[in-house]
Design a protein around this ligand. Structure first.
Ligand code: SIN
Length: 325
């Protein structure tokens, strides 16, 4: 008997609206008990327990909820539960998956899923995604792989998963390698694994954190004024730049970021492209506070920098963390 515990947080998977329609619905309005009633049958040797931790549109998710979720899973992982499923809105699913990938301390499977269509749409994809996620969380092969996202027949790593479509039910992908594996009905087929440090090997301990250090993202575009950097630098403990191409921005921004070095403010250089790599470049990294994001997109670089600030104030160590995580 495998014991899987479902933690519901809201999202479109729990959305309700006009019968048959895909738009104009309210995310997170269906309780987990109703969600369970829509599921195709589960095997007799699978015990499913469930709880509702919140009922949010995932655009309302914040660092406080991430800390709560990580601590809750870490506590429950000490019990007889064999695997976890989290239902979540798709808009910030990639961020929650990456945060938990860094903060959860268990080898037991933790699988996140959701839906692109509300429960009342003719094309509702939630019941099948949830059914597959429950099966995946029950598979011994899913253990020790970090936090996973199971969506539309695919398995993704929490580190690399990205939402890549605003509307289609096959809305997720991973940079360059596409996915970790496939689900076919209730069976999983793993093809890849993430080499980045995660879960039990992660150096981040959130057990006593009351909040996460504030890190803000600045989007660079042609002609972007550099005084935006001053504005955020006065409020945040770190910045992430969503630069052009391989993490680029204007000479005026380079100069301003050099000035922020004197204030000991770390600035991570990411790219707005969403694919490829941002690696060390002397044009930017002659300023010691400037750290390349490698393959992390801005919203995930923000999470890693925030957690890095809880363990070090050395720019060198932060850069090392960005290479490993
Ligand atoms: C949300 O992220 O909560 C709304 C959108 C979705 O789940 O697809």
């Amino acid at each position: 008997m495998r014991h899987i515990h479902l933690i519901a947080t809201g999202g479109t998977i729990a959305g309700t609206g006009q019968a048959g329609k895909t738009s104009g619905y309210e995310a997170g309005s269906l309780p987990v008990s109703s969600l369970l009633r829509t599921l195709p049958p589960l095997p007799a040797d699978l015990r499913l327990t469930a709880e509702q931790i919140c009922s949010l549109d995932s655009n309302e998710v914040d660092g406080g909820l991430w800390l709560r979720l990580a601590r809750h899973i870490n506590q429950l992982a000490q019990t007889d539960i064999d695997g976890f499923v989290l239902t979540h809105g798709t808009d910030t699913m990639d961020e929650t998956a990456y945060f938990l990938n860094l903060a959860v301390k268990t080898q037991k499977p933790v699988v996140i899923t959701g839906a692109m269509r509300p429960s009342t749409a003719a094309s509702a994809d939630g019941p099948f995604n949830l059914w597959q996620a429950i099966h995946l969380a029950a598979k011994p092969e899913a253990a020790g792989k970090g936090v996973l996202v199971c969506f539309c027949d695919s398995i993704y790593s929490g580190r690399d998963v990205q939402k890549v479509n605003t509307y289609k039910t096959d809305a997720f992908n991973e940079q360059d390698i596409s996915c970790l594996g496939y689900m076919r009905d209730d069976q999983c087929y793993f093809l890849n694994s993430s080499l980045a440090v995660h879960t039990t090997a992660s150096c981040f301990d959130v057990s006593s954190l009351t909040e996460l250090p504030r890190v803000d993202i600045l989007y660079f575009y042609a002609g972007a004024p550099e005084d935006a950097l001053d504005f955020y630098a006065s409020r945040a403990q770190g910045l992430v730049i969503a630069g052009t191409g391989s993490g680029n921005y204007s000479s005026r921004w380079v100069k301003k970021i050099r000035e922020l070095s004197a204030r000991r403010l770390p600035v991570v250089r990411a790219s707005r492209i969403g694919h490829g790599i941002v690696s060390r470049d002397p044009h930017f990294e002659d300023s010691d506070n400037c750290i390349p994001a490698f393959t992390l997109p801005p919203q995930k670089a923000r999470i890693l920098l925030s957690l890095a600030l809880t363990v070090t104030d050395s720019f060198e160590e932060m850069e090392e963390i960005f290479r490993k995580y």
